[in-house]
Design a protein. Structure first.
Length: 184
C-alpha cells in the first residue's frame, strides 16, 4: 500500500481519477493508478484550445498537472484556413479580414491560458499555425516544441463529428506517437 501525502500529489491524483476520460491504450495500463513521485513523468505539456468551455476545463487540468509534476505548458490554437469555394459567386469576408479575425480570436484564447498558467506559477508559451485539419497542427506543435504529452478535451467546437469522442481528438490519438491525455 502506498503512503498518501496531503501535498499536491494527492490532490492531483484525486483530480486525475475524477476528471480524465482515458489514456491512449498504448501508453496507459488501466489496472494501475497514477502516483506522482520524485522525477516528473511529464516535463512539457501541449494543451490545444479552441475557446470552448470543455477546452477551458482541459486547460485547468493541464495547469493542475503541470503544477503537480513541475512541468511547463505550451498552449496551441489552430487557425482555420480561409473557406474559399470555387462555386461561390461572392466572398462573405475578404481573406485578409478573415485571417486577422481568426488570429485575434486565437490570441485571445491563448492569452487566457497564459494568464491562468502565470497565476498558478506554471511556465507557459503559446503557438499558432494554419492547418487544414486541427489534429495535424496539434501533432506538429507537440513535435516541434518538444512536448512529451498532449492534454486535450474530449470534444471541441467542430460540429456533428464531435458527438462521440471528438473527431480531432480521435485523429490525434490515431496519428501521434506522443502520449495523449483526454480530458472530459
Amino acid at each position: 500500500m502506498r503512503a498518501q501525502s496531503d501535498g499536491p500529489e494527492r490532490h492531483f491524483a484525486a483530480t486525475f481519477h475524477r476528471n480524465f476520460l482515458r489514456f491512449h491504450p498504448r501508453y496507459y495500463n488501466t489496472t494501475t493508478h497514477l502516483h506522482v513521485t520524485g522525477d516528473a513523468m511529464f516535463k512539457h505539456i501541449l494543451v490545444p484550445t479552441d475557446g470552448s468551455e470543455l477546452s477551458q476545463k482541459a486547460i485547468d487540468g493541464a495547469i493542475d498537472l503541470a503544477q503537480s509534476v513541475g512541468a511547463r505548458i505550451t498552449a496551441y490554437a489552430c487557425l482555420p484556413q480561409y473557406p474559399y469555394s470555387p462555386f461561390a459567386d461572392v466572398a462573405v469576408e475578404p481573406p485578409d479580414d478573415f485571417h486577422a479575425r481568426a488570429e485575434n480570436e486565437a490570441r485571445e484564447h491563448l492569452r487566457a491560458v497564459e494568464r491562468a498558467a502565470e497565476s498558478a506559477g506554471v511556465a507557459c508559451t503559446s503557438v499558432t499555425s494554419i492547418d487544414a485539419a486541427p489534429y495535424i497542427g496539434i501533432i506538429e506543435a507537440a513535435e516541434q516544441n518538444g512536448c512529451d504529452v498532449i492534454l486535450m478535451a474530449s470534444h471541441g467546437r467542430r460540429g456533428l463529428g464531435s458527438l462521440l469522442i471528438g473527431s480531432e481528438t480521435q485523429r490525434v490519438l490515431t496519428h501521434t506517437k506522443i502520449p495523449v491525455i483526454v480530458y472530459r
